[in-house]
Design a protein around this ligand. Sequence first.
Ligand code: HMG
Ligand code: MG
Length: 307
Amino acid sequence: MALPTAVKIVEVGPRDGLQNEKEFVPTATKIELINRLSAAGFPNIEAASFVSPKWVPQMADGAEVMAGIERRSGAIYSVLTPNLRGFEGALAARADEIVIFGAASEAFSQKNINCSIAESIERFAPVAQAAKERGVRIRGSVSCALGCPYQGEVPVASVVDVVERFAALGCDEIDIADTIGVGTAKRVHEVFEAVTKVFPRERLSGHFHDTYGQALANIYAALEEGIAIFHASVAGLGGCPYAKGATGNVATEDVLYLMNGLGIHTGIDLNQVVAAGDFISTAIGRANVSRAGKALLAKARSEAACS
Ligand code: HMG
Ligand code: MG
C-alpha cells in the first residue's frame, strides 16, 4: 500500500509524558508546554486526565491546566476520562475530545483501572453516550495491544475484540497502543491488518512507546498499512505508572524528522517542537531523549557559537 501523503500527529507529552513524573510539575509549566505545542501547529494535543488523583497524582490539576491554556483555533484538546465523574470534569473544562482507555489484556485492565475488560466497557458506555449527546468527540485507547507487562503475549483476537467493543460505543478514533514498547514491525502489520477489517483505517492510530527502541520502525510498518494518525511525546517524555519499566512514547521530534524526510505533510514546525522539548526537559530536570531533538539543538548551538 502507498504511504499516506499527510498524517495527523497527536502530541501526548502533556498527559502521557508528564503523568509518571514523581515531582509535581507546576501547573504553570504544564500550561506553558501546551501553549508552546499549540504554537508549533499540532492539530491535536492530549492535555490532561480527569482520573482519580489517588491513582495518578500528577494529573490532579487537569481543570486548572485546561482553564489556563491558549487554544489554537481548530485544534483538538483531549483529556482522559475513566468514568462519568471524569466526563463531568472534561465537560466543565471544555475538552474537545474525551479518551476512554481500556486494554486488550485482562491483567493490565485490573492494574490500570481496577476492573475487568468487560466491566470497563460497561463503565465506558454511559460516558460514550453522554459524550455523543453533548457532541464531544470520543477516542478509545487499547492498551497492551502488542504485549502486556503482566500477561506477556496478547493475542491479535483480543485486540480485535476490544476494537469492536469500542466501535460499538461510537468511538470516532481508536488507538492501538504499545504500552510497554515490546512490539516489532511484523506484529504491527498483523495487528493493523486484523483491526482494519473491523474499524476504518483512517480512524485508527498508532500509539507506540519506545522502551525497546522499536517505535520508529513500528510507525513505518503502520504507515505501510495506511495508518495516518500517530501519537508522540515531545522530548520522548513519559512512562505509564501501571506498567513498570515502560519508557516514554516515541519522541515527537524524531517522528517529525521521519515524516519530513518521507515528504509526508504534518503541518507542524519541527524547530518549535525542538525548542518546546528543550524547555520541558530543562524545566523538570529530565534528560531529553529525542535523538533528532538533541542533534538539532546541538547544531543550532554550534551555529550560534560560530556566528
Ligand atoms: P477505583 O479505586 O476502583 O474507583 O478507581 P473508586 O470509584 O472507588 O474511586 C477511588 C477514588 O477516586 C474515590 O475517592 C473517587 O471519588 C475518586 P475517595 O472516595 O477514595 O476519596 N475518583 C475520582 N476522582 C477524580 N476524578 C475521577 C474519579 N473517579 C474516581 N474521574 C479509577 C477506578 C478508574 C477511578 C482509577 O483506577 C483511575 O483513576 N485510574 C486511572 C489510571 C490512569 O490514569 N492510568 C494512566 C493513563 S492510561 C495510559 O497511560 C495508557 C495510554 O497511554 C495508552 C497506552 O500507552 O497503553 C492511554
Ligand atoms: Mg501511553
